[in-house]
Design a protein around this ligand. Structure first.
Ligand code: NAD
Ligand code: UGA
Length: 456
């Protein structure tokens, strides 16, 4: 088997950064170079470890140990491609904004441009690993690009989807439930699979490394996210029944989850799932189903996204019911901007949609979150609201939870940060005015404090 010396990863984001760091930590004899077209991001990865582009518990400690030893961050994409034996592609695959499949299909333009770039530059055989989440048959598209643009080099494509969750990425990468590697059944395909298995087996037991054909691997990633998100929408749908009847969703979730066939994970009710992947991956699955004429299957999965939108609006509607349709001159504080605790990522966070709805009714909003900033909040509102310039002056970040709630009629909890549980809620209530309405969309205060709290 070929001895691997140099590995490149294109994409220095939430997947590329942490995953290559854990590879480097466990494979001291291989050099890992992470490249990105975003020069500022690479500079930040090479800068102060307290200001890395992403916040992830345990990450900076690995960076301190490995950076510039066998882990490198670079803007020199060409050189990294030329020198590597294996190239991971970990670029973003967002939902298509226009053209056929708009609003559903995955936009593969970044993946395609990586493949074209590699094909143009490569002078020796390479293993190309799809790390990004992609629709089935993407490997076929990549193969076409490689054979059309560079016939003198052999490119062997593998699918190795990433299952890490943000906030627990390092733990997930060090000790995953499974590693999935899909490859061609040909001799060169199986050789490439063995090379990657060998690398992972430096720290992961062989039983946890499963190998499949390319299409099973590509589909398993979309399916895993769809199944996880489906559980959240299921429990959130039940929370609406609880709200209408007086049953308690935390008690119901506990009772359901104790059945070992169901299990207790991913049954936490919430304001709806956020994050860059669940919605986009389900929409992608819906699009795939429609493409293959499986309309009933498409509708089944689409319902998971619809239920998520319903849950977000249930939260803002509860505030509107309490404070009135016209929120002009009402001050509201939102606790939590990130889409979950322990991350600075706010992509598709429920907070964005709730904030836009309240701002459009004239509310003034303070946001407190241990990992956000005015810059992040403004960018998010800009991305999702066509009314940006009229509402943006009415929302701001306040870097102290007790100052943030001053003069507020309502405090809404949207992210489950541990810090929110240990706040002095009596004190917070004292800072508030008028209705003093506290609504917990994450059920984190349930049975923990005496103050009167409304749940979703
Ligand atoms: P990200 O947006 O954080 O990072 C992607 C990076 O790729 C960006 O820095 C971008 O500048 C860079 N890039 C794009 N095109 C490039 C090009 N042609 N050349 C060089 N750099 C380029 O994205 P992410 O969250 O890391 O997700 C990456 C992929 O992994 C997606 O397909 C996603 O669905 C999947 N995924 C994400 C997670 C997660 O928790 N975020 C988990 C599992 C899988
Ligand atoms: C998710 C998957 O868990 C990962 O396995 C996958 O690799 C990743 O998507 C991806 O492909 O991007 P992530 O989105 O980072 O990871 O975080 P999750 O822990 O899954 O949470 C997603 C959203 O669901 C968050 O908003 C979270 O608060 C919410 N959630 C989660 C609930 O509302 N209830 C739960 O019980 C669990």
């Amino acid at each position: 088997m070929k001895k691997i010396k140099n590995v490149t990863c294109i994409g220095a984001g939430y997947v590329g950064g942490p995953s290559m760091s854990v590879f480097a930590e466990n494979c001291p004899n291989i050099n890992f170079t992470i490249v990105d077209k975003d020069e500022k991001k690479i500079n930040a990865w090479n800068g102060d470890v307290d200001n890395l582009p992403i916040y992830e518990p345990g990450l900076k400690e690995i960076i301190k140990k490995t950076r510039n030893k066998n882990l490198f961050f670079s803007n020199d994409i060409d050189n990294a491609i030329i020198n590597s034996d294996i190239i991971f592609i970990a670029v973003n695959t967002p939902t298509l904004k226009e053209g056929p499949g708009a609003g559903f299909g995955a936009d593969l333009k970044y993946i395609i441009s990586c493949a074209e770039h590699i094909a143009k530059i490569a002078k020796s055989d390479k293993i190309i690993v799809e790390k990004s989440t992609v629709p089935i048959k993407t490997a076929e598209k990549l193969n076409e690009i490689f054979s059309k643009n560079n016939s003198s080099v052999h490119f062997e494509i593998l699918s190795n989807p990433e299952f890490l969750a943000e906030g627990t990425a390092i733990q997930d990468l060090r000790s995953p439930d499974r590693v999935l590697i899909g490859g061609n059944k040909s001799k060169s395909g199986q050789n490439a699979v063995s090379v990657l298995v060998e690398i992972y087996s430096k720290w992961i037991t062989k039983e946890k490394i499963i190998t499949t054909n390319l299409w099973s691997s590509e589909l398993s990633k979309l399916a895993s996210n769809a199944m996880l998100a489906q559980r959240i929408s299921s429990i959130n749908s039940l929370s609406a029944i609880c709200d209408a009847t007086g049953a308690d969703i935390k008690e119901v979730s506990n009772a359901i989850g104790l059945d070992h066939r169901i299990g207790r994970y991913f049954l936490n009710p919430s304001v709806g799932f956020g994050g860059s992947c669940f919605q986009k991956d389900i929409l992608n699955l819906v699009y795939l189903c429609r493409t293959y004429g499986l309309d009933e299957v498409a509708e089944y999965w689409y319902q998971v996204v619809k239920m998520n939108n319903y849950q977000r609006s249930r939260f803002s509607n509860k505030i509107i019911q309490k404070l009135g349709q016209d929120l002009t001159n009402k001050k509201i504080t939102l606790f939590g901007w990130s889409f979950k605790k322990d991350t600075n990522d706010s992509r598709e966070s429920a907070s964005i949609f709730v904030a836009i709805e309240l701002l459009s009714r004239g509310a003034k909003i303070n946001v407190y979150d241990p990992q956000t900033s005015n810059e992040i909040i403004y960018n998010d509102i800009k991305e999702y609201s066509s009314n940006y310039s009229n509402i943006i002056d009415n929302i701001k970040y306040v870097n102290d939870p007790y100052k943030a709630t001053e003069q507020s009629s309502c405090v809404g909890i949207l992210t489950e940060w541990d810090e929110f549980k240990s706040l002095d809620w009596k004190e917070i209530k004292k800072t508030m005015v008028n209705e003093k309405f506290i609504i917990d969309g994450r059920y984190i205060l349930k049975d923990k404090i005496e103050e009167k709290i409304t749940y979703l």
